[in-house]
Design a protein around this ligand. Structure first.
Ligand code: TRP
Length: 359
């Protein structure tokens, strides 16, 4: 029953996402993209092909874009906090190196620096029931994966905080993977409930945002069996050197059959490496397989190493340049904070007025 419900909402979200994808090309200025990452480490090629390239594409289409660094969310399932600041700056370096260009329309900032957006948490908490929070499938999975001995209230309530992240700037499009859909749905509910309760005789304050689901197939790690992730040790980081990249790929799992074919169902490890080459060169993975053929796993890995290192060469050079400019990185963040706060102050004013709390 539950899985049927989840797949029905997934189908609905996919439909909505496709409609937005078509309309956003025609009217980019009518949308506002809000995306974010937790500052738990540097980004890897799964992030690059799965989400960074898409953010750059939306930015280049002229869609106003807010990129939020979710530093408070790190505290929900990590005891460690000593690297948050450093990771935040590394995220900015990854974004900029990948082609994000901060401007008056494109901003990057940590959400801990936007008090007026965080204050939306207080009214929003009253619009959600505790059982709704306990039912959230993504939170449930995070709880079961985390090794914390107690579940803190931040873990249960961070999806409401994520609604603050999205609604304070009236974000309408949230590019995400499937795991974030429960949070987007909750954000829609909060927007709807706030408008219904507090905006009876006035224009609704909050738009209901939509998820924009990624078209890139999920990228597996070099073990070929699970999603690429730094913590599983199966990732290639964007900041890795060309030699590190080569030696990681050399260790990637393939199978015993020498002749290379593209068969995602029966040969997932080989198919994943072919898919990665395809993402670098824009060729069809089956055509790449055919070319490699009897060259076997060795040629497959050599081809991927060359394609990936070539694809990432400009990004990595830019990364090195940016790492030498910490003042610039900080100024990007401070500029983002300034612009985000302007929006947050305006929204909080509207919210206070709607709730009859103005003095
Ligand atoms: N929950 C997201 C993640 O784990 C990060 C995030 C926080 C986010 N706030 C957001 C994503 C708002 C999109 C929109 O990666």
């Amino acid at each position: 029953m539950e899985s049927k419900e989840i797949s029905a909402t997934y189908e609905a979200a996919l439909e909505r996402s496709k409609k937005i994808e078509a309309d956003i090309q025609l009217h980019p200025e009518r949308y506002k993209v809000l995306t974010g990452d937790r500052p738990t480490g540097r980004l890897h090629i799964g992030h690059y092909f799965g989400s960074l390239q898409n953010r750059v594409r939306l930015q280049n289409m002229g869609v106003p874009t807010c990129i939020l660094i979710a530093d408070y969310q790190v505290l929900t399932d990590h005891e460690a906090f000593s690297e948050i600041s450093q990771n935040t700056k590394q995220l900015v370096i990854d974004y900029l190196a990948a082609g994000i260009k901060p401007s008056d329309k494109v901003i990057i900032y940590p959400h801990s620096y936007i008090p007026e957006a965080n204050q939306l948490m207080l009214p929003f908490l009253t619009l959600v029931s505790s059982s709704e929070l306990e039912r959230n499938p993504t939170v449930k999975e995070e709880i079961s994966k985390s090794e914390l001995s107690t579940v803190n209230a931040g873990m249960l309530t961070y999806p409401i905080h994520q609604a603050c992240d999205i609604l304070y700037c009236k974000g309408t499009v949230v590019p995400v993977g499937k795991d974030q859909l429960p949070h987007i749905e909750l954000t829609q509910k909060i927007a709807r409930r706030f408008n219904k309760k507090f905006c009876k005789n006035m224009e609704p304050i909050f738009p209901e945002p939509s998820a924009l689901l990624s078209k890139t197939p999920s990228i597996l790690g070099l073990d070929g069996s699970q999603k690429m992730s730094k913590s599983r040790g199966n990732a290639i980081m964007l900041c890795a050197s060309e030699d590190e990249t080569a030696s990681l790929i050399k260790k990637a799992k393939t199978d015993t059959e020498r002749h290379i074919t593209y068969d995602p169902v029966n040969r997932p490890e080989v198919a994943n490496l072919l898919m990665l080459i395809s993402l670098c060169t824009d060729e069809d993975p089956a055509a790449i397989a055919e070319r490699i053929g009897d060259g076997g796993g060795g040629l497959l890995k050599k081809t991927l190493t060359e394609a990936l290192n070539e694809k990432l060469r400009p990004l990595r050079a830019e990364r090195v340049r940016l790492e030498a400019s910490p003042d610039y990185i900080r100024s990007v963040l401070m500029d983002g904070v300034k612009r985000a706060r302007e929006m947050a102050v305006a929204t909080l004013d509207e919210v206070r007025r709607a709730m009859n709390m103005e003095i």
